[in-house]
Design a protein. Structure first.
Length: 74
């Protein structure tokens, strides 16, 4: 029976593998679930960094004279 979700094979160095294994045991989840959760967290962090960079870039070009007031928007 084929798996529902796509799969990825990953090769880890022993120390990294043991750290993930320790975290999985601590949380009472499988290695697969722990790696999935860690990847999800890493992607969220990457997204936060990208959005922060985007906001900083826009902040540099902000011109208060061209901005709209709250009542003009709503």
């Amino acid at each position: 029976m084929p798996a529902k979700n796509p799969r990825i094979n990953v090769v880890l160095e022993k120390p990294l593998y043991h750290n993930v294994e320790r975290l999985a045991k601590k949380d009472g989840v499988s290695l697969s679930f722990k790696v999935r959760d860690l990847v999800r967290e890493a992607l969220e962090i990457e997204e936060d960094v990208a959005l922060s960079q985007f906001a900083e870039k826009r902040e540099k070009t902000f011109d208060r004279k061209k901005s709209l007031r709250h009542d003009e928007v709503w």
